[in-house]
Design a protein around this ligand. Structure first.
Ligand code: IDP
Ligand code: MG
Length: 162
């Protein structure tokens, strides 16, 4: 029989979240991190990097046939990106909800893109779109030793597990 705490640990998911150069340049780092933190998700990795164009092309490889691919990769590699891994129950799906629709014109108010962005080409944040993509993106952006496993004191209050 799994103990309640082991079940809890097994349910933990991780997702890759990045604040793109426009979000960093506009001073929105604290605002965006705060939304994930206040929800109850746990930060397990973070770094500020300027990815190369080749790296950006790898990250967005599934979009390589799209007309905006080249501009998108130029943009991602143009400035600092704040790369993060967040952990929590349902964090992949709910992270996307916090972020809002790809086009900020269609994002609901209350979402990050809905509140803080206006056009699709400058929508300030990236979030993995599913559990498999999340694993691939975490592995692409981070080495295993950059991921920090720890118990947060708040967890028993967030999940109701003793
Ligand atoms: P997502 O970021 O919501 O997952 P994707 O379809 O994966 O959206 O597209 C990746 C990124 O490509 C978007 O966040 C946006 O910055 C950019 N993008 C998507 N569609 C367009 C477009 O029609 N024009 C310009 N840029 C786009
Ligand atoms: Mg996507």
């Amino acid at each position: 029989m799994l103990q309640q705490q082991e079940v809890h640990a097994a349910e933990m998911e991780r997702t890759f979240i990045a604040i793109k150069p426009d979000g960093v340049q506009r001073g929105l780092i604290a605002e965006i991190i705060s939304r994930f933190e206040r929800k109850g998700f746990k930060l397990v990795a973070i770094k500020l990097i300027k990815p190369s164009k080749e790296f950006a092309q790898k990250h967005y490889h599934d979009l390589k046939e799209r007309p905006f691919f080249n501009g998108l990769c130029d943009f991602l590699s143009s400035g600092p990106v704040l790369a993060m891994v967040w952990e929590g129950e349902g964090v992949v799906t709910y992270g996307r909800k916090l972020i809002g629709a790809t086009d900020p014109q269609k994002s609901e108010p209350g979402t990050i893109r809905g509140d803080l962005a206006v056009v699709v080409g400058r929508n300030i944040i990236h979030g993995s779109d599913g559990p498999e993509t999340a694993k691939d993106e975490v592995n692409l952006w981070f080495k295993p030793e950059e991921l920090v496993s720890y118990t947060s004191n708040a967890e028993k209050w967030i999940y109701g597990v003793n």
